[in-house]
Every structure is written in structure tokens, then in C-alpha cells.
Design a protein around this ligand. Structure first.
Ligand code: ATP
Ligand code: ZN
Ligand code: MG
Length: 274
């Protein structure tokens, strides 16, 4: 059995078991990242599934049909039938419906931990099909959403630097499905809607360990959420991939956490040798 910090592959590509050491690092990352939000922030934990109608409402099934994991079950007549659930592709889709129809009195922030699934085409290290995310989600005015995303990204970058991860910050785009892809990506990049912090998670594998997204009033409009200024709420989110971050830390400092610098162990709450 692999000692230390490891993801153990299974017969299914992109699906791994994690060691106790790996999970201790994930717990450490969870508290180190949680501390980036105000202490009284609303916390949510998601299940690994979400109502299919929500995912259809936000258009994920059109934008990313190649990534969406569908759940089928048997109907009464024994024929396979699509259920009312799909596998959750990202944490923040669980949040917007909670505020459907709400009129927000002030800036609203949540901290969400989610188990996610994406039917990724590749299975290079760090590209999993089942993985976990922490997301901070902000519902606010347009200006404050953008400022919040950039401030929180900067704070996240500092926190990751304390873990020895020097990240590059880059304007990014999502791999949309089909013919609209190029146009959607250009629009996303031009408007600076998505910014990634990238780090090496394995030799030669530089990947996004965190992504900050500004969605304009897309979700506020879909779910009829009114912002603190009385207009349609704008939203932004900042998502961290736990497995990618743990892999990046282990890649940086080695597979045995006993050898990690004391300050890194301290930030992660791993016991510091006397
Ligand atoms: P990539 O460009 O690498 O596919 P992404 O743009 O799809 O990443 P997001 O949709 O912004 O990523 O997801 C938020 C975060 O979740 C990412 O910053 C990353 O840390 C993590 N993440 C995304 N996809 C995966 C995956 N397949 N395996 C592990 N972590 C992932
Ligand atoms: Zn999100
Ligand atoms: Mg992706």
C-alpha cells in the first residue's frame, strides 16, 4: 500500500481511493481555506446529486453535455428511464435555488463543500471524474461581486503561497460544447469572467487549483433573486479543487508530510514535531 499522501487508482479512470494521509491534508486545506471567509459565513455541504431540473434551468446540459453524469433507474415497466437527478458538476448550482425569489437585504456569502462529477475525456493526474470542491459564493451588486472575486482570489493566492504553492493567475475560459464554443470562450475571456490560479500538480501537469467566476446577473435572473440595490442580483464564485491542491502540495514537498516544512504543516494543522 502506498504510504503518505496518495490517490490510489481504481479500475475506473479518474476515480480514486484516498489514503488517510491524503484526507488529513484535505481536512487541513478545508480549514485553511474556510478561514478566507468571514467566520459567520453560512456553510453548506452538498450531496453528490442535484435535481435535473436545476441543471437544465442553468443550461449546463446544453453548455457541457459531454461532462454531465446522468442517473438512470428502471421505470415500472422495467425500461431504463432517466431519473429526476443528475450528478452534481459544481457546488454553486446548489446555492442559487436556495435563494429563489428572495430579495437580499445585504451582500450575501456562502461557503459550500461539494462532491462533484464530470465525465472528463482525459485522465491525467489531477483530472478526476469524481472530486471535491470548496466554493465561496457571493450574491450582491455587480460592482461588489467583481471586487469580491478579485479580493478573495488575491487572499487565496497568498494562502496558497504559505503552502509553498506559487500560482499563476490567468484569465481562462470553459470548454463549451459544440459550435458555440469559440464564441462563448472569446466572450468569457474578453470580459474577464473566469480567472484561474494554476499550479503544477504532477511533473509537467499545470492545472487550475482554484477558479474565480463572475456570472453577471445570469443566475440572479434565472432564479428571480433581487440584490441589495433592488436590481437583479449578480453572483460570483471562487472554487478550489481539494484533490488538485493536495496533489500540488505533495508534488511540491514530497509524498511524506513528515518531511514538509514546519510552516506548511502548521497552516494545514498537521501536528508539528516537537
Ligand atoms: P479545467 O480547465 O482543468 O478542466 P475547470 O475550468 O473545468 O478546470 P472549474 O469548472 O472552474 O474548473 O472548477 C472549479 C475547480 O474545481 C477547478 O479550479 C479545479 O481546482 C477543480 N476541478 C475542476 N475539474 C476537475 C477535475 N476533473 N478533477 C479535479 N479537480 C477539478
Ligand atoms: Zn461556482
Ligand atoms: Mg474542466
Amino acid at each position: 500500500m502506498t504510504p503518505g499522501i496518495a490517490l490510489i487508482p481504481t479500475t475506473a479512470a479518474g476515480v480514486h481511493l484516498s489514503t488517510g494521509g491524503f484526507e488529513a491534508v484535505v481536512r487541513g486545506l478545508s480549514s485553511a481555506l474556510a478561514a478566507l471567509a468571514p467566520h459567520d459565513v453560512r456553510q453548506l455541504r452538498t450531496p453528490p446529486v442535484i435535481a435535473r431540473e436545476i441543471i437544465e434551468k442553468v443550461g449546463y446540459h446544453r453548455s457541457f453535455p459531454h461532462l454531465l453524469g446522468r442517473v438512470s433507474a428502471r421505470a415500472d415497466d422495467g425500461a431504463p428511464a432517466e431519473s429526476d437527478l443528475v450528478l452534481l458538476p459544481a457546488g454553486c448550482y446548489c446555492v442559487y435555488p436556495v435563494y429563489a425569489g428572495a430579495r437580499l437585504e445585504s451582500s450575501t456569502e456562502l461557503s459550500v463543500e461539494a462532491t462533484c462529477f464530470r465525465q472528463e475525456a482525459g485522465a491525467e493526474p489531477g483530472r478526476l471524474r469524481s472530486f471535491r470542491m470548496r466554493e465561496f459564493v457571493r450574491l450582491d451588486t455587480a460592482d461588489r461581486c467583481l471586487a469580491w472575486r478579485d479580493d478573495r482570489l488575491a487572499a487565496a493566492r497568498d494562502r496558497l503561497a504559505e503552502l509553498g504553492l506559487e500560482t499563476e493567475s490567468e484569465v481562462a475560459s470553459d470548454p463549451f460544447f459544440g459550435r458555440g464554443d469559440r464564441m462563448m470562450r472569446m466572450l468569457q475571456v474578453e470580459r474577464g469572467l473566469k480567472i484561474e490560479l494554476r499550479a503544477e500538480v504532477a511533473p509537467g501537469q499545470v492545472q487550475a487549483v482554484a477558479s474565480g467566476n463572475y456570472h453577471t446577473d445570469q443566475f440572479g435572473g434565472l432564479f428571480s433573486i433581487t440584490g441589495p440595490d433592488g436590481r437583479v442580483a449578480h453572483t460570483a464564485c471562487l472554487a478550489f479543487g481539494y484533490e488538485r491542491l493536495a496533489l500540488a502540495v505533495a508534488h511540491r514537498h514530497g509524498a511524506d508530510p513528515h518531511d514538509w516544512p514546519e510552516r506548511v504543516r502548521k497552516v494545514l494543522g498537521l501536528e508539528v514535531p516537537a
